[in-house]
Every structure is written in structure tokens, then in C-alpha cells.
Design a binder for this molecule. Structure first.
Ligand SMILES: *Cc1c(COP(=O)(O)O)cnc(C)c1O
Length: 250
């Protein structure tokens, strides 16, 4: 069974997936997630789909919203900010891409989750900016599990330093770890990387405090979310399997 939507071939030049395609993909995904959970003894309610909508229009996001999705993610601040401003208040917004210090101020007024915290300097800025708008931001620490240096995320040795710093923050709560597996067809290697992230999470439980609870593991994308669920993912970040392939291949 293919989970990837057929490329939409509508007459519109933007080639956005139709409401029917999104609903069908979501139904298939929920069935597949339920099957995987049954096989590995997990509860499907413990897995949150974050719909990654980069390159997709606000109309497409609204189709997914009407299909029942409430968690949406983007990987670029300049794309996320205008979408957050226009779309419904009850969307839970996730910044899943690499952050830059000078962009954090644009996010804090509305974003709910930032998955990509990999340095203390981002937390420092987040604390300052979130205080000004009187908001609490939920974050995940992004860890480099692929071993490829072009991938973002901190090295595993740095997690404890970031957590120790986080313990003193008032505007930030830390909920777990995020990781991206290598782009490889080697599924054993992908599993190994996800397992490592879970192990790192378990190893750092000792740092938990009032504002640090490491319950979440954001791992798994359209090509590997099945492995991620088996290895303990609580958030899977899905673009292609919901919306079809992105025309501009990001
Ligand atoms: C694009 C993106 C995804 C979703 O990718 P798909 O393979 O289309 O599901 C997930 N996480 C991040 C950080 C992304 O940038």
C-alpha cells in the first residue's frame, strides 16, 4: 500500500491537493498508525500528527483543518509568521525548522512549539522575547542523530548543558527531544538513529524539573514514521504523506 498521495493533477497552476485527497490520505494514515500501534502495543492517542505545510497554501491548510488536524508545522520563520497571522486561533503551531536568533522575536507572539532548539543562545533569546509578550513557549531540543554535520541539531553531549540552562527559565518549558534520521534507504540505520534518540531521552530524565518534562519524542517523517512509532515517537511530522509531493521539492 502506498501512503504517498498521487501527485495532484488538477487544472490549477499551483497544483494544490484537493480536500478529498487530504481526507483520503488522513484516513489511510490513521489506519496505518492504528495498525502499527496494535503491533507494537502502543495507544494511537499517544501519537500526534504534526502536518508540515511548507510550500502549501493557506487554503490547503484550511482543508486539513476541516478534516480535523489541529497541529501544523513549518520549517521557515518567514513562511510560518504570515500563516499564523491569518489562520484560525485554535491551530497549534509548531516551528520545526532551524531557528535563527534574530527571528525568534517574530515567532513568540503566536508559536506554540519550537522543535529545533539546539543551542543555549536560542533559549536566552526566547526567554527574553517571550517575557515581553507574556507567553510560555514549549520547546524540544533538536539532536543530531544522523551524524551528518549538514543536519542541524546539537551533539548528544550538549543536551545536558541545554537542560541545565533551561531549568532556570520562566517562559520556556522543555518537553523532549527532536531528531531527523539520515536520508537513506537503510531502514536498520534509521531505526538505530531513532532508538538512540529515545535512549538519550531516557538518559536525561534525571534533569527533569518543574519546567522540564521529557515526555515527547518528535521523530519520523513521511518516509520513516512507521519505524519512529515503533521506537517511541509521540509526534510525527508529516508533509508528503498528507499533501502529496511538494512541487518545489523542499
Ligand atoms: C518537511 C519537513 C518534514 C516533513 O517531511 P515529509 O517527508 O514531507 O513528511 C518534517 N520535518 C521537518 C523538519 C521538515 O522540514
Amino acid at each position: 500500500m502506498s501512503l504517498v498521495a498521487p501527485k495532484h493533477v488538477g487544472s490549477d497552476a499551483t497544483s494544490q491537493p484537493s480536500s478529498a485527497v487530504i481526507r483520503n490520505n488522513l484516513t489511510l494514515l490513521n489506519q496505518t498508525i492504528a495498525d502499527i500501534c496494535r503491533q507494537c502495543g502502543r495507544n494511537p492517542e499517544d501519537i500526534r500528527i504534526v502536518a508540515v505545510t511548507k510550500t502549501h497554501s493557506e487554503e490547503t491548510i484550511m482543508e486539513a483543518f476541516e478534516a480535523g488536524i489541529r497541529d501544523f508545522g513549518e520549517n521557515k520563520v518567514q513562511e510560518l509568521v504570515p500563516k499564523m497571522a491569518k489562520l484560525p486561533d485554535d491551530i497549534v503551531w509548531h516551528m520545526v525548522g532551524t531557528t535563527q536568533t534574530n527571528k525568534i522575536k517574530d515567532l513568540v507572539g503566536r508559536v506554540d512549539w519550537i522543535h529545533s532548539i539546539s543551542k543555549v543562545k536560542y533559549l536566552k533569546e526566547l526567554e527574553k522575547r517571550a517575557a515581553r509578550v507574556d507567553r510560555i513557549i514549549r520547546v524540544l531540543i533538536q539532536v543530531n542523530i544522523s551524524g551528518e554535520d549538514q543536519k542541524s541539531g546539537c551533539e548528544p553531549e550538549v543536551i545536558s548543558e541545554i537542560l541545565a540552562y533551561s531549568a532556570g527559565l520562566k517562559q520556556v518549558t522543555v518537553h523532549g527531544l527532536m531528531g531527523m534520521a539520515s536520508l537513506t534507504a537503510d531502514r536498520d540505520e534509521i531505526r538505530h538513529q531513532f532508538r538512540m534518540l529515545r535512549q538519550l531521552r531516557d538518559d536525561h530524565r534525571k534533569f527533569e524539573t518543574d519546567n522540564i518534562r521529557l515526555d515527547e519524542l518528535s521523530m519520523g517523517m513521511s518516509g520513516d514514521y512507521d519505524i519512529a512509532i515503533e521506537e517511541g515517537a509521540t509526534m510525527i511530522r508529516l508533509g508528503t504523506s498528507l499533501f502529496g509531493s511538494r512541487d518545489y521539492g523542499v
